[in-house]
Design a binder for this molecule. Structure first.
Ligand code: NAG
Ligand code: NAG
Ligand code: NAG
Ligand code: NAG
Ligand code: NAG
Ligand code: NAG
Ligand code: FE2
Length: 466
């Protein structure tokens, strides 16, 4: 190359970089992944979304009759993925707290540069005398989200008030430096931007200490703990992390802390004034304590960890807690199938009566609904399920819940393989809601004080006295 050519090349390169830096960097603040969740009262709704770049403001404009008459501002926090590229995005949270219960709102979200398209939601109805309808499922994922089209169609037809996603979201949200999670969140946006999308963590959210789960979902009273409860009409819902038992190396204290919190929360929900107002108590978490699946999951074990607690010590098991507080229904997923159990306690069937097993059952009713998609195929069933197993299906699908009133709760299972056909339905009827063993003989063991002290646990009662 002649000297002149070299000089020309250098000159061109310098010019090119000068041109590039003469422009400000592109600002990428289009709101994405818009979703909502209930908060602590029917006047409130939490609105969340993500942006590639930081903006000064996080704004929601909203109002009734299609008019965006109100505005609220909130916060944006950087979420750094744990992968080698440390991909960063900005998560906005804006709490609307002046809603009229039961009212339908139109809203847009955005910042000082750009706003989203319009979305709509309905604020929670006030009081207890209404009939919540929910879509419930786990294990959906991105590449095989079988139930999503039908769920969206149902939602647009106004069939639900809210969604429970019982863990295992985007298989796995951390993959491709979190781009898979972004894709999943955008995929569920049509559903999750109109219906409160209430969640619990599953094993596929585990990576980087559940940081994708924690940053992408903001649940009422959760504050990153990954367990919380909320009230909806005549129901008290409790969301748990079953994953503390299996990813204990992220912090075994979380098992104790959740257990203590759960007992306290259920005690309060089951107090006479609360229970007469909101008689139904429904607990949901990702991994079941019973299942009839093939394979070696915890729920296939005679004494599963979820049911009986940590091995050998048998501490922090959930079955006694649910039984003692008269929990009406427990919902799990993780098994890629649907299974309905007869009322069961300690592996014994506790039918209300032989002819009407779900009328005043003598133990909690449990279902497993983990067949909304996933990329690992459906789970098979063993040939001879135990006698607590009432019905099972390997069809992809999801559950619909309709809490008719304080005595009747109806559930049905939809099959996506059979084009939306309802393949199972049952009604729990309770004229009495409360602890199952009225004699009080079978109590969940309380932790000895010295164990609590060693674990750094201050029991909630003591804390309150201070
Ligand atoms: C935003 O941050 C402020 C100050 O940290 C806090 O008081 C407020 O509750 C936050 N708002 C939301 C919607 O998270
Ligand atoms: C994981 O997160 C929890 C909750 O924030 C925290 O208590 C725990 O220390 C974390 N574990 C590790 C290993 O960072
Ligand atoms: C008990 O009732 C009070 C008053 O309605 C309510 O604020 C509280 O959240 C209830 N507690 C539970 C655990 O449901
Ligand atoms: C529970 O009820 C169902 C339905 O009637 C029945 O098939 C089952 O055998 C009952 N189980 C027991 C242990 O009574
Ligand atoms: C998925 O599981 C079903 C039932 O066990 C089986 O028939 C089918 O061949 C499996 N499909 C794939 C792709 O492995
Ligand atoms: C609750 O709903 C069931 C089923 O619709 C009905 O038979 C029952 O009378 C209702 N109970 C009350 C108290 O409204
Ligand atoms: Fe799972």
């Amino acid at each position: 190359m002649a000297v002149k050519d070299k000089v020309t090349t250098v000159f061109l390169v310098l010019m090119a970089s000068a041109v590039v830096s003469a422009y400000p960097p592109i600002v990428r603040v289009k709101p994405q992944q818009i979703h909502i969740s209930y908060w602590s009262s029917p006047n409130q709704m939490m609105i969340m979304w993500s942006q590639t770049d930081r903006s000064k403001l996080s704004i929601v404009r909203y109002g009734i009759n299609g008019k965006l008459t109100h505005e609220k501002r909130g916060n944006s926090t950087a979420f750094v993925d744990g992968g080698i590229w440390q991909r960063t995005q900005y998560m906005s949270t804006v709490l609307l707290d002046d809603l009229v219960p039961g009212q339908t709102y139109t809203y847009i979200v955005g910042n000082e540069y750009e706003f989203s398209d319009e979305h709509m939601f309905r604020a929670m109805r006030a009081g207890q005398n209404w009939s919540p309808r929910l879509a419930i499922y786990g294990d959906m994922g991105n590449v095989n989200a079988r139930s999503l089209p039908r769920l969206e169609a149902d939602a647009f037809a106004g069939m639900y008030d809210a969604v429970l996603h019982v863990g295992d979201m985007g298989y796995d949200m951390f993959e491709m430096d979190g781009k898979l999670g972004d894709e999943f969140m955008n995929q569920i946006e049509p559903l999750a931007s109109q219906l409160p999308y209430m969640t619990c963590p599953g094993n596929h959210e585990e990576r980087y200490n559940f940081s994708h789960y924690r940053h992408r979902f903001t649940m009422p009273g959760d504050e990153g703990k990954m367990y919380y409860s909320f009230n909806m009409g005549p129901v008290h819902f409790v969301s748990l992390s079953t994953e503390f038992f299996f990813f204990w190396y992220y912090g075994p204290m979380q098992i104790y802390q959740q257990y203590e919190w759960l007992k306290q929360d259920l005690k309060e929900a089951a107090s006479p004034e609360n229970r007469s107002k909101r008689p139904w108590i429904v607990v949901f978490g990702h991994r079941p304590m019973y299942c009839s699946s093939t394979g070696t999951d915890d729920c296939t074990k005679h004494e599963s960890i979820l049911r009986k607690g940590i091995p050998f010590l048998h501490m922090f098991g959930l079955e006694d807690v649910l039984y003692d507080h008269g929990v009406d229904l427990a919902i799990w997923a993780h098994e890629h199938s649907y299974e309905r159990l007869w009322p069961v306690y300690d592996r014994k069937v506790m039918n209300g009566s032989y002819d009407a097993p779900y009328t005043n059952p003598r133990a909690p009713v449990q279902i497993i609904t983990g067949s909304a998609g996933c990329r690992e195929n459906v789970s098979g069933f063993i040939k001879d399920p135990a006698d607590w197993s009432a019905f099972h299906s390997m069809d992809y699908g999801y559950t619909r819940m309709h809490v008719l009133n304080k005595t009747h709760m109806y559930l049905e299972q939809v099959s996506d393989v059979k084009n939306g056909q309802v393949i199972d339905k049952f009604t729990i009827i309770k004229t009495y809601h409360g602890p199952y063993d009225k004699t009080g003989k079978q109590r969940a063991p309380d932790l000895p004080e010295h164990v609590k002290k060693a674990a750094g646990i201050v029991s909630p009662q003591r804390k309150r006295q201070k």
